[in-house]
Design a protein around this ligand. Structure first.
Ligand SMILES: Cc1cc2nc3c(=O)[nH]c(=O)nc-3n(C[C@H](O)[C@H](O)[C@H](O)COP(=O)(O)OP(=O)(O)OC[C@H]3O[C@@H](n4cnc5c(N)ncnc54)[C@H](O)[C@@H]3O)c2cc1C
Length: 383
């Protein structure tokens, strides 16, 4: 039972658990390019997914702050960015169901996701990811249900997930036709994988989900028909700030490690920690980590309060997340010198970090959203 834990306890509890599970298995999963389902199950059994879910849906009745504390523990103790990306995808899906799902959907899908099933959120197609309105996946109504056909690409957990939230069109609806469908990936007509050969995040299997006339009952449409865009932007908002939480929590222990190394490694008769250029790299990383952490907390607060600033703040958090992960892992790589450049934890972390400037919306798309939101807020302030 974990509901009596404070956030500090939660962080420590999940940090220890992830150190015993995720961190121990990460190397093996990396070699095999697979999601660590054993740790996923153990963390699910420990109540990871229940933290932010109301008691009536099988949760602990906490808030997303509790989830964030536990996630920070997993990011810092597990030492595996890929595993955390897989978690971010699932967290967004759970929040979507909580907000847009009806009673029946929550009653059916949440126990599965809370109990260890793996979820995916599938927007991107070959035609493009930034502009989701270009999607071609579409549903036709036949005898009271929908037949969903399309091809999703680059989907986190796509090759291994049990369930997915899929963005598609309902062309009979006309112009506003983009809609969310919950799909059981064991259903007939679904084909998953193969796993894409990415430069990093290989413990987060990413790849296609092909749908060939998959029967989706009307009851598995999440939110309103045509309401998919608004709902998916809201879902992605949580994902975006979680990248920021991940960046800070993952980099904290890495920077400690780097700091320790700088006092042990000598050059020019002194520890390299005494060289100001080295200090500068470390302090730049620290500035970025703290800014990312606190802007992500601010974004979560804005999201929880339904603040008009929420979308802007979540994009700011996501933007900094990618850049900070890149900077922080590059800092480690540089300070370790040739050792950092050897195939190993530092090179791997840098490759994983690069994926976060694209996954969850590219840096350019965060800029675009921030600018659009600034204009929107300025207009509403003068109205
Ligand atoms: C590790 C990883 C995990 C992923 N997981 C998922 C997932 O779970 N679900 C999912 O649906 N997708 C997922 N994706 C896909 C990801 O969301 C897309 O790759 C991303 O949105 C960019 O889309 P794209 O690759 O098609 O690039 P494009 O949209 O073709 O963009 C190409 C370039 O043009 C820029 N660009 C495009 N439009 C604009 C504009 N208006 N202004 C300025 N610049 C612009 C982009 O920033 C980018 O640099 C994942 C990607 C990665 C790397």
């Amino acid at each position: 039972m974990i509901h009596h834990f404070s956030d500090t306890d939660l962080r420590a509890h999940f940090r220890n658990l992830a150190a015993e599970t995720v961190a121990r298995r990460a190397e093996g999963c990396l070699k095999e390019g697979r999601l660590d389902r054993d740790s996923w199950q153990e963390l699910s059994d420990a109540g990871m997914w229940r933290l932010a879910v109301p008691v009536e849906w099988g949760g602990n009745g906490g808030t997303w702050w509790d989830f964030v504390a536990a996630f920070e523990g997993i990011a810092s103790g597990g030492r595996d960015i890929g595993f955390c990306l897989s978690m971010v995808a699932q967290a967004g899906l759970i929040r979507s169901l909580l907000i847009y799902g009806d009673e029946e959907q929550k009653g059916y899908w949440l126990p599965r996701l809370l109990g260890g099933d793996v979820g995916a959120t599938a927007l991107t197609e070959t035609t493009g990811g930034s502009d989701v309105t270009r999607i071609a996946t579409s549903a036709t109504r036949v005898e009271g249900r929908y037949l969903l056909t399309g091809h999703k690409d680059h989907i986190t957990n796509g090759p291994v997930a049990d369930v997915a939230l899929i963005l598609g069109r309902v062309p009979e609806r006309g112009e506003h036709d983009i809609t969310l469908f919950m799909v059981d990936l064991k259903d007939r007509g679904v084909q998953q994988g193969p796993v894409e050969d990415m430069m990093g995040n290989r413990t987060s299997p990413t790849g296609p989900i092909a749908l060939d006339s998959v029967a989706v009952e009307t009851k598995n449409i999440v939110g309103a028909i045509g309401g998919g865009i608004e709902a998916i932007y809201n879902t992605i908002s949580l994902d975006r700030l979680l990248y920021g939480v991940l960046a800070a929590a993952y980099l904290d222990p890495l920077l400690d490690e780097v700091l320790d190394y700088t006092s042990r490694r000598h050059a020019f008769k002194v520890p390299i920690a005494d060289h100001q250029y080295v200090q500068g790299r470390i302090t730049d990383a620290k500035f970025a980590i703290e800014a990312t952490r606190w802007v992500s907390y601010g974004a979560l607060d804005a999201l929880m309060q339904n603040s008009p600033q929420a979308s802007l703040m979540c994009s700011v958090a996501k933007y900094h997340a990618g850049e900070t992960l890149k900077l922080g892992t590059e800092t480690a790589l540089r300070v370790y010198g040739h050792l950092g450049y050897m195939e190993g934890p530092h090179a791997r972390a840098f490759r994983d970090a690069l994926g976060t400037v694209i996954a969850g919306g590219t840096a350019e798309m965060q800029r675009k959203n921030v600018f659009n939101q600034m204009r929107r807020l300025a207009i509403s302030a003068t109205a």
